[in-house]
Design a protein around this ligand. Structure first.
Ligand SMILES: NC(=O)c1ccc[n+]([C@@H]2O[C@H](COP(=O)([O-])OP(=O)(O)OC[C@H]3O[C@@H](n4cnc5c(N)ncnc54)[C@H](OP(=O)(O)O)[C@@H]3O)[C@@H](O)[C@H]2O)c1
Length: 234
């Protein structure tokens, strides 16, 4: 068995995913990035380089996840960060998009773990992405608030069930330079920045750095780590 196994990043075409892939690929680790689209996965894998592989997988189709991952072996680090946002209010409820998002994070993430766990090592680790909409809801966030709350509780049961494999979650605040937020009007971003004791919004690199800490620190499991520049204190 190689000294260090494969790093799998589900949602590897996002900015977080790409930077995590680059970090591990630069260390010479085998890395797999996923996307719903094989072409996108392949092009990000080429961008990352160092033998990174792309794979297509749709978390909203959980019955097909195990076969999509059939050729992924010896998994050492697993990051689940994919999302397909659902801007859904209760008064104007879109059932299809709510089912999609609930399936994606709560069933899809779990099914990926179920499929890969027989191919993980005793000292492997998993990080799930939630978000602070779980604590700071806003109109339209009902589904996302609920699923991020689900991620928070999921890591507790997974960390017990899968031990000694470690399972943690990261819950970022608004990530100012992420593609989703970078294009928002300045006044919207300023409202969040003004409430952030750090004095600026957190960045993709801050979140990637915290993810690597959760993946690598051998004493940390069952933790929901808030990465928010102190936003939740105000
Ligand atoms: N950005 C923020 O400020 C922020 C704040 C708090 C929490 N978060 C969390 O951070 C994570 C990443 O967010 P992001 O802003 O980077 O999102 P993003 O840019 O929209 O990227 C989403 C990723 O998910 C993949 N994806 C979408 N639908 C999928 C599906 N059905 N099956 C499999 N993969 C799918 C996308 O790949 P393809 O499109 O290539 O398929 C892409 O790689 C999310 O879990 C989010 O909740 C982000």
């Amino acid at each position: 068995m190689a000294e260090k196994g494969t790093v799998v990043i589900v949602g590897g075409t996002s900015e977080f995913g790409k930077r995590l892939a680059q970090h591990y690929a630069q260390q010479g680790r085998p890395v797999v990035v996923t996307s719903r689209d094989a072409g996108r996965a392949g092009s990000v894998a080429r961008e990352v380089g160092n033998g990174c592989l792309g794979l297509s997988l749709d978390l909203c189709e959980p019955h097909n996840i195990a076969s999509a991952l059939a050729n992924v072996n010896d998994v050492d680090r697993l990051v689940l960060l994919a999302i397909d946002r659902d801007d859904n209010t209760v008064r104007n409820y879109n059932v299809e998009s709510a089912i999609k998002l609930v399936t994606l994070k709560l069933v899809g993430y779990t099914e990926v773990i179920h499929a890969l766990v027989p191919r993980m090592r005793q000292n492997s680790s998993i990080v799930l992405y939630g978000g602070l909409a779980k604590d700071r809801p806003y109109p339209g966030s009902t589904t996302i608030t609920t699923i991020n709350g689900g991620v928070m509780t999921m890591v507790h049961s997974l960390a017990i069930e899968l031990a000694p494999i470690r399972v943690n979650a990261i819950h970022p605040a608004i990530v100012g330079d992420s593609p989703y937020w970078a294009g928002k009007p300045a006044e919207v971003l300023e409202r969040f920045r003004a409430r952030t004791p750090l004095g600026e919004l957190i960045t993709v690199d801050d979140v990637v750095d915290a993810t690597i800490f959760l993946l690598e620190n051998r004493a940390v499991t069952g933790v929901n780590l808030r990465v928010d520049g102190g936003w939740m204190l105000t």
